[in-house]
Design a protein around this ligand. Structure first.
Ligand code: DHB
Ligand code: FE
Length: 296
């Protein structure tokens, strides 16, 4: 009898939905993954970068999300230039690490959350974001390096992952504003998901960098710091950054930062910055990391 009342009370008074317990922005530099895989994180070049990741990894352990939605880009690993989805959701039960030319990274297989992924696909498409549905695809450094940055080298990744792909490889990529709006649509989808799960959302890529051409190696610390400063309290101004400004100020590959706007869009308007780490250089880029939590 007593139990019956509790069940009824739960059903009527406590709406259970997926909760976003954190938003993470992080670079995805492949050399960071290689430093971890090859045991170089204590080397003088890498140590200052990895020392700065320690508090983020602690936060990840304490937060213990059930699922990570990882907004990332494929670098012509799963998709050649023959087929380029602007936005995609990976709905498979697992995703193998991609072979990017040196054999696949020796990291655990990425376990999907098919139920949540299909819910996202349906909700986003009904919400006018025409997602490509990926039933099978390998995932490259764009997804596995952020996992390594936040989780180190576990024998299994500590949470399920929904890969959410964004084209930033072939022009025209979506705008930062479109990405920001996609984030808001992801939030609406999570608010309508009936399972009581803890979700973190990653926005990955960047920060400023250019890999080829006359400006190869360019880094713009002022642009990056401004981006990190404004992400919490003035995201609208970042959502207004045009493709041309990204290229001029953050380098050709700086456009990857539009993926951080998906993460920001999924968070509350009011957020708290929990942690920030910015280090130059990491390979050809500035490596940035930020953790946000919703403020109520
Ligand atoms: C580098 C950075 C990237 O974002 C990437 O996808 C590949 C290489 C680099 O800095 O080397
Ligand atoms: Fe990249």
């Amino acid at each position: 009898m007593h139990m019956g009342i509790r069940v009824v009370a739960q059903t009527y008074w406590r709406k259970t939905v997926a909760r976003i317990v954190g938003g993470i922005g992080t670079s995805h530099v492949p050399a960071i993954g290689a430093a971890i895989d090859n045991g170089k994180t204590e080397a003088p070049y890498w140590k200052p970068l990895f020392d700065g990741y320690a508090p983020a990894r602690e936060w990840m352990q304490e937060t213990a999300p059930d699922v990570a939605i990882i907004v990332y880009n494929d670098h012509a690993s799963a998709f050649s230039l023959e087929l380029i989805p602007t936005f995609l959701v990976g709905v498979a039960d697992e995703f193998q690490p991609a072979d990017e030319g040196y054999g696949p990274r020796q990291v655990p297989v990425v376990k999907g959350d098919s139920k949540l992924a299909w819910h996202l696909a349906e909700s986003l498409i009904l919400d006018e974001f025409d997602m490509t549905i990926a039933n099978k695809m390998p995932v490259d450094h764009g997804l596995t390096v952020p996992l390594s940055i936040m989780c180190d080298q576990p024998s299994e990744w500590p949470c399920q992952v929904v890969p959410l792909g964004v084209n930033v490889i072939q022009y025209p990529p979506p705008t930062g504003l479109r990405c920001y709006k996609l984030g808001k649509a992801i939030r609406r989808a999570l608010d309508a998901y009936d399972d009581d799960i803890k979700v973190v959302i990653f926005g990955t890529g960047g920060m400023s960098h250019q890999l080829a051409g006359e400006r190869a190696g360019m880094i713009n610390q002022e642009f990056d710091q401004n981006f990190l400063d404004k992400l919490s309290h003035d995201p609208d101004s970042l959502a207004a950054i045009s493709h041309k400004r990204y290229i001029q100020e953050a380098g050709a590959e700086g456009i990857e930062m539009v993926m951080w706007m998906v993460m920001r869009g999924a968070m509350n308007d009011d957020v708290k910055e929990i942690y920030r780490h910015y280090h130059v250089p990491a390979s050809n880029t500035a490596a940035g990391l930020i953790i946000l939590e919703n403020a109520n």
